[in-house]
Every structure is written in structure tokens, then in C-alpha cells.
Design a protein around this ligand. Structure first.
Ligand code: FES
Length: 158
């Protein structure tokens, strides 16, 4: 059995929009639903509803737990930083991505998966995203929420 790695320390002065007690509750509920460390997007939505928090907060909790991963079935994945970049605009990106995901599903368009990550190694270019599609893996530095619809449409080749 591999040794359990310690959690990375939070950046100095970093305060998540999700209070630690709420994040721990969300994490515990996600772990209870996990199968072999994987949870579905439906699990994340169900846990947010159970706790009565915005969907983005459940994604923040998931992104902060390295022992849990999102089960990904969609061809286009967009990773958002749910770590220290919350203070640099990443929460607005995460919330807009989740809106676009829901809008696309309602419209019957090709789906996207929104993937929370504690860090994308793009800290100096925050708020940033990392996409994975048929075109490969690409960083998207200094993204604005108002640019996301166009970016998602391009990745999905609408
Ligand atoms: S903490 Fe957000 S990209 Fe590193």
C-alpha cells in the first residue's frame, strides 16, 4: 500500500469561498458516493442539493480532495482551478462553465465536463483554464467569463 501523501499547504492568506466546515461536509458526502475514488457529475450535483449550496461549491470541495476524481465521459474537458485562484477570478469562471454545461445539455448540444483542480500550474496567468479535447491539451490564460461561450463552442466545434 502506498503511503498517504500529506495535503499541500494552502497559499498564505488564501481563503476559500467555501468555509472549511462546509467543504469537509461536502467532501464526506462525495466520498460516501465514490466508487474506487470516482464520483459522477450527478453525484456532485446531488451533494450540492443535499447540503443546500451552489453547485460550484461542491466542485470546489471535490477539487480540494486529491483522493477523489470526477468520472469523465465527455470528449471535451475543461479544468478550472478551485484552489488559490478563487481569489483571482476562478470562481466566476467555474460558475459560468457550469452554466454553459447545463445550457448545452438543455439544448441537446455536445456535452462538456467541468473538472475541478486544486492547481493547474498556471498560477501566474490566473484566472486560467486547461482544456482537453480532440485537439489535445491546451492552457487558456487570463480567461474572462464573457469569453467562455465562444471558447466552449470552439472546443466543441459547434
Ligand atoms: S493555484 Fe490556481 S493555477 Fe495554481
Amino acid at each position: 500500500m502506498l503511503p498517504r501523501m500529506p495535503m499541500a499547504p494552502m497559499a498564505p492568506g488564501f481563503a476559500s469561498v467555501v468555509p472549511p466546515r462546509v467543504a469537509a461536509d461536502l467532501c464526506g458526502r462525495l466520498k460516501a458516493r465514490a466508487k474506487e475514488g470516482l464520483v459522477s457529475a450527478e453525484d456532485v450535483a446531488a451533494v450540492a442539493t443535499e447540503v443546500g449550496v451552489p453547485l460550484s461549491h461542491a466542485y470546489v470541495a471535490l477539487g480540494g480532495e486529491p483522493m477523489l476524481q470526477l468520472r469523465i465521459a465527455k470528449a471535451v474537458q475543461i479544468a478550472a482551478c478551485t484552489g488559490a485562484c478563487q481569489a483571482k477570478g476562478s470562481m466566476a469562471l467555474l460558475e459560468r462553465l457550469l452554466e454553459l454545461k447545463a445550457e448545452r445539455a438543455a439544448a441537446g448540444q455536445a456535452g462538456i465536463e467541468v473538472v475541478p483542480r486544486g492547481c493547474l500550474n498556471l498560477c501566474e496567468q490566473a484566472p486560467a483554464l486547461l482544456s482537453r479535447s480532440d485537439d489535445g491539451v491546451h492552457p487558456h490564460p487570463r480567461v474572462r467569463p464573457e469569453d467562455l461561450a465562444e471558447l466552449v463552442a470552439a472546443l466543441c466545434e459547434d
